[in-house]
Design a protein around this ligand. Structure first.
Ligand code: SF4
Ligand code: SF4
Length: 302
């Protein structure tokens, strides 16, 4: 099913220390609203079934995003908004926003929560936003961004104490978090498959990966094209028919790393996106993997 992370604007009211979306780019950019409408129509024609409004903080542009959500509803597209809940300082304000979004047909709110977000937004806001969702019948979950350190224990306890539905979201060491101490990890020997949800930026650049992948600037491996020059359908197809990406989705990053010569002992010390970057942001390794993806690397699976 075709889904996409829709970056209407990179503007945000916060400046979280771990933010992936705004790594090296200091200035913000915003999509033209009329063009956003056109793109959503094109996406519907191209069979896109789900749009997640993300990038900076989408609800800074409440009227615009609310309108785009309505448009998606009319076109039969599932919608999600990823938000830091800055707008939910009181129960009343939270109710106002969630009620309006519910009327426009919003399907889900994804509430970001972390020790970095909560330096700028009171934890109570997230509880207010979740409570309004429960009242209005809007599906929600809390995306608990964590580096799995002890520092996050009180935050997790807060989410539990408030009976919020939350899921841990491993911190991505990219963008502003690139310089964080990655710490030592030792995982099981996992396949590290990746669904590869595409990303659309306000500049209309489309990437095959909505997470760390837009930061692979040495090879730009995940860049699919720009909607000023290409149709949405064409760019989705470019991702869907790419043999290497297909392997990332089906076999996972780990078999590719093994094939590229990483030892098993190295592989279990990498986080998924770090391992991906080590291979795919290196021009020589990427060239080898691209060539192999058309042939024998396909057999490098159990
Ligand atoms: S709220 Fe999200 S987009 Fe805004 S600075 Fe924090 S992580 Fe980045
Ligand atoms: S593993 Fe690679 S493709 Fe998957 S989210 Fe990380 S950077 Fe993107």
């Amino acid at each position: 099913m075709r889904t996409i992370a829709f970056g209407y604007s990179t503007r945000c009211n916060l400046r979280c220390g771990h933010c992936v979306a705004k790594g090296e780019i200091p200035e913000t950019s915003t999509m033209d609203l009329g063009r956003a409408r056109e793109i959503i129509h094109e996406m519907a024609e191209a069979g896109v079934k789900g749009i997640s409004f993300t990038a900076g903080e989408p609800l800074i542009f409440f009227n615009e995003i609310n309108e785009l959500v309505r448009l998606c509803r009319d076109l039969g597209i599932y919608t999600r908004i990823v938000t830091n809940s800055f707008w939910a300082a009181t129960r009343e304000k939270a109710d106002q926003v969630v009620t309006a979004l519910q009327k426009s047909g919003l399907c889900q709110l994804r509430l970001s929560y972390s020790r970095w977000h909560q330096e700028g937004v009171a934890p109570r806001n997230v509880v207010n936003a979740a409570t309004s969702c429960q009242k209005q019948g809007v599906d929600y979950f809390v995306s608990f961004v964590t580096d799995f350190s002890e520092q996050d224990d009180p935050h997790e306890a807060f989410l539990r104490a408030n009976n919020l539905r939350f899921f841990p979201e491993p911190l991505i060491y990219s963008g502003r978090a690139a310089g964080f101490d990655h710490g030592g990890i030792r995982t099981d020997f996992q396949a590290n498959r990746c669904p590869m949800n595409p990303l659309l930026t306000p500049e209309l650049d489309m990437y095959a990966c909505c997470d760390a992948g837009s930061h692979f600037t040495d090879t730009n491996v995940f860049f699919l094209g720009n909607l000023a020059e290409s149709h949405v359908d064409e760019l989705f197809k470019a991702s869907e028919t790419n043999r290497l990406f297909h392997l990332i989705r089906t076999a996972g990053i780990t078999p590719l790393a093994q094939f590229a010569g990483f030892t098993s002992r190295q592989i279990i010390r990498y986080r998924k996106c770090d391992l991906c970057k080590e291979m795919l942001n290196d021009p020589a390794t990427l060239a080898r993997l691209r060539q192999a993806a058309d042939g024998h690397v396909n057999h490098w699976t159990r």
